[in-house]
Ligand binder design. Structure first.
Ligand code: PMP
Ligand code: GLN
Length: 386
């Protein structure tokens, strides 16, 4: 066969860093602080609802394309409770196979070949792949250490006549940056002035330790041009269930649904009922999620500092980005590939989330959504690097 097998849009994308690093963790018996998933499942009442739904025959056959009504109503109620936004559960909500499918469907639905998408780098790895699969071009704007604030001038300069949309992620993986109202207002002004769409990935909306999470869709003039994406994976600690969702105007949601129906059509019937139950949990659940994670953040940050890393304390998400130069290291990818062998810990090199490889070369990300004793064990292992 003379022609390359893999579609050129995906050429060079290889295996995701998460799969590579989780496999390395298993192979070496290391503490896995690489791929972001909690090592404790979410609330038992949510799990029980899923089990009950399976046994009661709720959602065991194809659920409705937009998602089961119970979940769509729960998503609308959640947007109202936390952000005072009115969302029509019948026309403005779409349930997806995780936020991952929501991003993919949004890109496939909204982009034409040749369109440009402005994305903050380091970016979650599926963004680059989905933009490419849609035939569009990504135009990265770099978040720079130590604060990783969005550079509004750089975003303005990145806009061309081909720009179709801005792809945002706040709270931001991997840096932990939480965009402020002033930053989001400035981005919104640019979007309105240049008539751009905004797709915003807010899967870490409840994992905020400083400042507040503000959905850009709530800012003046943004409702009609914003697709908001979230997911139950992080909030409820069931990352394997892959129940995500999109909210937006009926026109935007219809466009995304058109693409989504040919990707998975539907998924996770019984889990949709369970996530609906999760979304109805009282405010105390959401507050204790953030309080717990803040404590874990501080635990891991202390361990990382003691081991010699420069630590960039995140305002949100369950990731800490570090710089390894303080350890006398200069290559994050090499460092992460050797770390399990050197001390039995797995992390993720941020460089894979950058186009500007130099900007992320010495950054390494650690996940802290783990039991305290696991974080303590990791800290002890990392101390051997000294
Ligand atoms: N967006 C970001 C920023 C993420 O970190 C993740 C993964 N954890 C996702 C999307 C994917 O979410 P899901 O598991 O719901 O597909
Ligand atoms: N979002 C998770 C992370 O950033 C992992 C998701 C995945 O494995 N694709 O670690």
């Amino acid at each position: 066969m003379t022609r390359a097998l893999l579609n050129s849009a995906l050429a060079g994308m290889g295996t995701t860093i998460f799969a590579e690093m989780s496999a390395l963790a298993v192979e070496t018996g290391s503490v896995n602080l690489g791929q972001g998933f909690p090592d404790t499942d979410g609330p038992i009442e949510i799990a029980q609802t899923a089990a009950d739904a399976v046994l009661a025959g709720l959602g065991n056959q194809y659920p409705p394309g937009p998602g089961v009504p119970e979940l769509r109503s729960a998503i609308a109620a959640h947007q109202k409770r936390f952000y005072a936004v009115d969302v029509d559960p019948d026309t403005e909500v779409l349930v997806t196979a995780g936020a991952t499918e929501a991003v993919a469907a949004a890109m496939l639905a909204l982009l034409e070949p040749g369109d440009e998408v402005i994305a903050l780098e380091p970016y979650y790895d599926s963004y680059a792949a989905c933009i490419a699969m849609a035939g569009a071009q990504r135009v990265p704007v770099t978040l720079r250490a130590p604060q990783f604030r969005p550079d509004i001038d750089a975003i303005r300069d990145a806009i061309t006549s081909r720009t179709r949309l801005i792809l945002l992620n706040t709270p931001h993986n991997p840096t932990g940056m939480v965009a402020t109202r002033a930053e989001l207002t400035a981005i919104a002004e640019l979007a309105i002035r240049h008539d751009l769409l905004v797709v915003t990935d807010e899967v870490y909306e409840h994992l905020v330790f400083a400042g507040e999470h503000i959905p850009i869709a709530t800012l003046p003039g943004m409702r009609e041009r914003t697709i908001t994406i979230s997911s139950g994976g992080k909030t409820f600690s069931f990352t394997g269930w892959k129940i995500g969702w999109v909210t937006g105007t009926p026109e935007l949601v219809t466009a995304v649904r058109t693409a989504k129906q040919f990707l998975t059509f539907v998924n996770g019937g019984p889990f949709q009922y369970a996530i609906a139950a999760g979304l109805a949990l009282p405010d105390a659940f959401y507050a204790s999620l953030a309080t717990d994670l803040r404590r874990k953040r501080d635990l891991l940050a202390t361990g990382l500092r003691a081991a010699g890393f420069e630590v960039f304390v995140p305002d949100g998400t369950y990731f800490i980005t570090t710089d390894i130069r303080a350890l006398g290291e200069s290559d994050g990818l090499e460092f992460c590939r050797s770390l399990p062998h050197r001390c039995g810990v797995v992390a993720v090199p941020n460089v894979v989330f950058y186009d500007d490889r130099a900007a992320g070369k010495t950054q390494v990300r650690f996940a802290f959504c783990k039991r305290d004793e696991v974080l303590a064990d990791a800290a002890e292992r990392l101390a051997r690097l000294r």
